[in-house]
Design a protein around this ligand. Structure first.
Ligand SMILES: C[S@@+](CC[C@H](N)C(=O)[O-])C[C@H]1O[C@@H](n2cnc3c(N)ncnc32)[C@H](O)[C@@H]1O
Length: 948
C-alpha cells in the first residue's frame, strides 16, 4: 500500500534544461489558452504521457527519514524517505554530493482511491488544483515577466503546478532548432529523463516564475497517480507583494551563451543555473568560459592519450556548409565575407531582441484596453499560417488596425525581398554582407563609428512582426542602414557601390508599389518618400519620435517611477498609477486628468496601507506642505534643531526659509512613509543621510563634494520639519544627467551606506528608488561625467585659511595694535620685496611701538631675511658674487642680530611692565595683601606671603 508522501524515487535527470538565449518573444500569446486545458488537464496530461516512450522504473534504495514538509496539511503525514544518491557519497545530497540529489527527490501524492483517509487526505493538493490564490504576473525591471503573490505564503505551502506540453526530448530539440530559436526567455522544465514540459507555446503562470540564486520557492517533482508533475512550493515565509522565484539549477546547453543572472542576491552565481560556480556577475560567466577553455587546453595536452574522450567532450559545433570553389574565389576576391558563415551568423545575430521591449501588453494580448498599443504577438498570429486558427489569430483578423498593419507588412516584405535579391553578374547575392552586424569583438571600431547599428535581418524581422506602421519608419530604417554602410566603408568602396544600387532599386520598388501603398497609407504618401531630402527630414523626425516612444509617466502623485499597475491615457498616451487615480486597470477607455479635467486631492491616500502602518493613522502616498507635494520615496531637506512650542510641538517652519538658510545646514532625509495621526498631525518616517563630516573616516579619505551616506536608522519626523525637495542619486545615474526640475545645489550622490556607528562604509547594492532616466523627466549629458572624489572635510578652504591667518596674526589688543594690525595686513597683501625697495618694517602708530603681536615679529624677521636676500640678489646682479655659504652666513648673522634686538626689546618691555604692576600693587589697600611679583619673575613660582 502506498502511504501518504512516503515514497520517494530518485531521478537522475536535472530539473531544468537551459538553452541558448535567443531573442524575441513569441510564446506568450498562448497564455489565453490555459483555460482550454485546465479542466480536462488530467486527461490531456495522461494523453500526452501516453505518447511518450515508456521508461523502466528507476531502482531506488531508501536510507533516512525526514519530517514532513507540509505544516498545514489536514493530516500530518510524517514519513518522508530519501533515496541514496547515485554519487554514493556519504553526504548523499549534502555538501560534496556531486549529483545534488536533494534537488531531484520525487514526492508522491496520495490517491483518493487507495489512501485510507480518502478525500480527507491533505496530500492530494496537486490533483485538487489547490493553487495559492492571488498570483499575478508583473513586468520586472530586467528579467522580463515575473510572478508576484498578492497574499502572504507560508513555508512549505503548495503554490502552483508548472503546466505545458509534455514532449519528448527529441521533439523538444527539434522545436528548439526550428521554432524557438529566436526566443530570449526559455520555458522548459525537465520532467523525466527523455521528456520535458515545454512551456513556450502553452502554459500557465508557472512558466513566468523567474530564477533566483537565493530563492523563496522550490520546484519539486511529484508522482501523482503514476504521473510525474512539477510543482512549486514555498521554502520560507513569503510576504504579500514579493516575487516568487526558484533555483533553475540547470546545466546550460551552451556554456558560452549562458544567461546572465540578474536576481540581485548577494549570493548570486552570476549565471542562471551553473550551481557549482560561486562567482558573481559577468565574472562567473567569464569563469565558465575560462574553465571550459582550460579544460580544452589540458585535454589538448593529453591529446594522444585521450583523443577519443576529447572529441566526445567538445561541444557540438553548428554544421557549416563547405564553400564551393566559386564562393571561395568570390570571398577571396572581395575580402568581404564567407558564404559558409551566413547561416551561422544569422542564427547568432539576435535582431529582434531590442525591437519589442517586454511590455505589459504581453501579459494579456487580448486586453481590449490595450487595443491601441501594438502587440507583435498579435501580428505574428496574423502572419503565421496555421491549420488550426488560434483565438488570437481570429481576434487579430477582426481588428482593423491590425489588418492594416498586416497588409503593410506584406507590402514591405515584398519590397524587401526585391532588395534582397540584388545579385552580381555571377549570380552572387550582393546584400548578404548587410544581413548581419559586424562582430563586436573583431570589429569593435564599427561600433565606435556607427551610433545606431542596424542590419537587413533586423529590418526583415521588424517587417515580419509588423513593427512598421508607416512607410516613413520602414524607409528611415533602410536609409539608416544605407547611411551606416556608406559612412563605414565609404561610398566608393565595393559595398558603397552596392548601396548605391540598392538606393536606386528601392526608389524603383517604391514607385512600383506606390499605388498599393497609397491605398493603405493615404493618397500621395509614397511620393513624399521618393525625395532624398525629405527622407533625411523624416529620419530626423523619427529620432525625435523614438524619444517620444518612451513611456511617459505623468501621474497626479508627481512620481515618475514605473510602479505597480499603470494605466495609459487614451488621448495623450501618458501613464498614470492606477492606485493614485483610483482605477482598477480594467477600464475600457481612460482619459487622464489633463485630457479630461477633474479635481484630485493632491494628498493621495496610500491604498492598501503598508503592512507596518501606524495604528489609527491614515497613510498617504503624497502629502502637501507649503504648496509642495511630497511623495513617498522623495528626498527632502529637514530642519533638525527647530524651535518648539511650550507643549513640545515643533514651531511651524516654511520652505521659504530655504531661501535664507543654506542647504548645508539642513539634513537630507528619504521619505518612506507619510501619514496623519487621528488628530490630523502629519508625520513622515524614513532614513536620514549623513554628510562626510558626520562619519568616522580616515583623514585622508576623499569624498565627492556633495556626497551623502545612507544610514540604517529609521526616524519619524513631523512634516513641519520638511523644508523642500532635493535628490540623491547613485554615482552612475549622476554621471549620466540630472532629473528635470532640480537645482544643481540640491543634487547629491550616495554610493555607500554607513553602519549604526557611522564607522563602516558598505557599498549600496540595491537602489530602492531608482531614478527614471527617460527623456521626459531626465536631462542627459552629452558625455558621461568622469567623477573623482577630491573633497576632504578636513581641509580648510583656501579663502578661510587666509582669513584665519589674518585673524590670529592680527588680534590687536588696543587701538594702537589694531592700527598696527591693519598696516600689517596691507603689507601682507604685498609680500614680495623688490630689490632696492625699502622692505616693510614694523611700523608704529604715532611713533609708539606695537606690543604683543608675535605675528608681527615673525613677519619682521621674515621681512629682514627677505631684505637681506634682496640685497644679496642686488649684489649678485651688480657682479659682487657671493658664494652660497657666504649668503647662508650672512642670513644667519642677520637672524642672530635680530634675535638679540628682540631679546633686548622684550627685557625693556618687561621692566616697564614690572614697574607699572609693582606700583599698582602698592596702591592696593588691605591687610592680607598678596605678593604677586613672583609672577613677574621668570624662574620662581613660589607664592610669597606678605609680611607687614
Ligand atoms: C521561465 S522564463 C521566466 C519568465 C520570463 N521572465 C518571461 O518574461 O517570460 C525564464 C527566462 O526568464 C529570464 N530570467 C528568469 N530569471 C532570471 C534571472 N534571475 N536573471 C535574468 N533573467 C532571468 C531568462 O530569460 C529565462 O530564460
Amino acid at each position: 500500500m502506498v502511504r501518504c508522501r512516503e515514497r520517494l524515487t530518485y531521478d537522475p535527470v536535472e530539473h531544468q534544461f537551459g538553452l541558448m538565449p535567443m531573442p524575441l518573444h513569441i510564446g506568450h500569446f498562448y497564455m489565453s489558452q490555459q483555460q482550454d486545458f485546465q479542466l480536462p488537464y488530467d486527461i490531456w496530461w495522461q494523453h500526452m504521457h501516453q505518447q511518450l516512450p515508456k521508461k523502466p522504473e528507476p531502482k531506488i534504495k531508501f536510507r533516512n527519514i525526514r519530517t514532513n514538509l507540509y505544516s498545514d496539511s489536514k493530516v500530518n503525514h510524517r514519513k518522508l524517505e530519501i533515496p541514496l544518491c547515485n554519487c554514493k557519497l556519504p553526504q548523499n545530497g549534502g555538501p560534496g554530493c556531486q549529483d545534488d540529489c536533494l534537488n531531484r527527490m520525487i514526492y508522491t501524492e496520495c490517491s483518493p482511491s487507495t489512501c485510507p483517509l480518502g478525500e480527507d487526505c491533505g496530500n492530494q493538493r496537486i490533483q485538487k488544483h489547490e493553487w495559492a490564490p492571488g498570483l499575478v504576473k508583473v513586468q520586472t525591471k530586467d528579467r522580463g515577466i515575473g510572478v508576484v503573490t498578492k497574499n502572504a505564503i507560508k513555508p512549505g505551502q503548495f503554490i502552483l503546478e508548472y503546466l505545458g506540453e509534455v514532449v519528448s526530448e527529441t521533439e523538444f530539440r527539434r522545436r528548439m532548432m526550428e521554432e524557438y530559436s529566436e526566443e530570449c526567455h526559455h520555458y522548459a522544465l525537465h520532467l523525466d529523463s527523455g521528456s520535458l514540459i515545454d512551456g513556450y507555446r502553452m502554459g500557465n503562470i508557472g512558466r513566468y516564475v523567474n530564477h533566483a540564486c537565493q530563492p523563496n520557492c522550490e520546484m519539486q517533482k511529484w508522482n501523482v497517480n503514476g504521473l510525474y508533475r512539477m510543482v512549486l512550493f514555498a521554502l520560507r515565509d513569503i510576504q504579500a507583494g514579493e516575487e516568487l522565484s526558484y533555483d533553475y539549477n540547470f546545466d546550460p546547453f551552451n556554456q558560452e551563451t549562458q544567461q546572465e543572472c540578474r536576481c540581485g542576491s548577494s549570493e548570486c552565481r552570476g549565471v542562471i543555473g551553473g550551481k557549482r560556480s560561486l562567482n558573481t556577475g559577468k565574472q562567473a560567466a567569464d569563469k565558465v568560459v575560462e574553465d571550459y577553455k582550460d579544460k580544452r587546453k589540458s585535454k589538448f595536452m593529453n591529446k594522444k592519450i585521450k583523443d577519443k574522450q576529447l572529441s566526445d567532450s567538445l561541444p557540438v559545433q553548428p554544421m557549416v556548409k563547405p564553400m564551393t570553389l566559386k564562393e571561395r574565389c568570390y570571398a577571396r576576391k572581395h575580402r568581404t565575407f564567407l558564404v559558409r558563415n551566413v547561416d551561422k551568423i544569422r542564427n547568432q545575430s539576435k535582431p529582434g531582441k531590442t525591437l519589442f521591449p517586454e511590455s505589459k501588453e504581453e501579459a494579456n494580448p487580448l486586453d481590449s484596453n490595450k487595443i491601441n498599443v501594438f502587440n507583435p504577438d498579435l501580428m505574428l498570429a496574423t502572419l503565421n499560417e496555421r491549420s488550426v486558427k488560434t483565438r488570437l489569430a481570429a481576434y487579430a483578423e477582426d481588428n482593423p488596425e491590425l489588418a492594416r498593419r498586416h497588409h503593410l507588412a506584406q507590402m514591405f516584405d515584398e519590397m524587401l525581398s526585391k532588395l534582397l535579391s540584388l545579385k552580381d553578374m555571377d549570380g552572387y547575392n550582393l546584400v548578404t554582407p548587410l544581413m548581419s552586424l559586424p562582430s563586436k569583438k573583431k570589429q569593435a571600431q564599427y561600433y565606435n563609428i556607427i551610433r545606431e547599428p542596424i542590419s537587413l535581418s533586423m529590418i526583415k524581422e521588424r517587417v515580419k512582426t509588423g513593427f512598421y506602421s508607416h512607410l516613413s519608419s520602414f524607409n528611415a530604417d533602410l536609409m539608416l542602414l544605407f547611411g551606416n554602410v556608406e559612412l563605414y566603408c565609404g561610398p566608393k568602396s565595393d559595398l558603397g557601390q552596392v548601396i548605391l544600387r540598392l538606393r536606386q532599386m528601392f526608389d524603383g520598388v517604391k514607385t512600383e508599389m506606390a499605388a498599393q501603398l497609397d491605398e493603405v497609407l493615404g493618397p500621395n504618401t509614397t511620393r513624399a518618400y521618393m525625395d532624398t531630402e525629405l527622407v533625411r527630414l523624416e529620419q530626423a523626425q523619427l529620432k525625435g519620435h523614438k524619444e517620444c516612444e518612451e513611456d511617459i509617466i505623468r501621474c497626479i502623485c508627481g512620481v515618475t517611477r514605473d510602479e505597480g499597475l499603470m494605466l495609459m491615457c487614451e488621448k495623450c498616451s501618458r501613464w498614470q498609477h492606477c492606485d493614485c487615480v483610483r482605477a482598477s486597470g480594467k477600464e475600457e477607455h481612460y482619459l487622464c486628468d489633463r485630457c479630461e479635467p477633474r479635481y484630485y486631492d493632491p494628498e493621495i491616500l496610500l491604498v492598501p496601507p503598508p503592512s507596518d502602518a501606524m495604528p489609527d493613522c491614515t497613510h498617504y502616498m503624497t502629502l502637501v506642505k507649503d504648496e509642495v507635494q511630497y511623495a513617498v520615496g522623495d528626498c527632502v531637506y529637514v530642519m533638525r534643531d527647530c524651535k518648539r512650542t511650550s507643549s513640545g510641538a515643533p514651531l511651524r517652519t516654511s520652505h521659504r526659509l530655504m531661501a535664507t538658510s543654506s542647504p548645508d545646514k539642513l539634513d537630507v532625509f528619504r521619505l518612506d512613509q507619510l501619514w496623519k495621526d487621528p488628530k490630523g498631525e502629519r508625520f513622515a518616517s524614513g532614513t536620514p543621510y549623513l554628510r562626510p563630516q558626520e562619519t568616522f573616516h580616515e583623514p585622508t579619505r576623499k569624498f565627492f563634494h556633495n556626497e551623502l551616506f545612507r544610514t540604517p536608522s529609521f526616524e519619524i519626523i513631523p512634516m513641519e520639519l520638511v523644508m523642500g525637495k532635493c535628490i540623491v542619486m547613485d554615482p552612475n545615474t549622476y554621471s549620466k544627467g540630472r532629473p528635470k526640475g532640480f537645482k544643481e545645489q540640491d543634487v547629491y550622490i550616495c554610493e555607500y551606506r554607513v553602519d549604526k556607528t557611522a564607522h563602516l562604509f558598505h557599498k549600496i547594492q540595491k537602489i530602492w528608488y531608482p531614478i527614471n532616466t527617460s527623456k521626459f523627466c531626465f536631462d542627459w549629458f552629452d558625455k558621461k561625467l568622469s567623477m573623482k572624489r577630491t573633497f576632504s572635510p578636513h581641509e580648510v578652504p583656501e579663502e578661510y585659511k587666509r582669513k584665519v591667518e589674518r585673524n590670529t596674526s592680527a588680534a590687536p589688543v588696543n587701538k594702537e595694535e589694531k592700527e598696527c594690525g591693519r598696516q600689517d595686513e596691507k603689507q601682507d597683501e604685498k609680500p614680495d620685496v623688490k630689490p632696492g625697495v625699502k622692505p616693510a618694517v614694523k611700523q608704529t602708530v604715532k611713533g609708539k611701538p606695537c606690543l604683543g603681536n608675535s605675528k608681527l615679529k615673525l613677519d619682521e624677521s621674515i621681512k629682514n631675511d627677505l631684505k637681506l636676500k634682496a640685497e644679496v640678489k642686488v649684489n649678485v646682479k651688480k657682479g659682487s658674487c657671493h658664494k652660497k655659504e657666504d649668503v647662508a652666513l650672512m642670513v644667519a648673522e642677520s637672524n642672530a642680530d635680530q634675535a638679540e634686538k628682540n631679546r633686548k626689546k622684550r627685557q625693556e618691555r618687561k621692566a616697564r611692565l614690572d614697574k607699572i604692576l609693582t606700583k599698582l600693587l602698592n596702591t592696593i589697600p588691605g591687610k592680607q595683601r598678596v605678593d604677586l611679583t613672583y609672577l613677574l619673575e621668570d624662574e620662581k613660582r613660589i607664592r610669597k606671603k606678605i609680611t607687614k
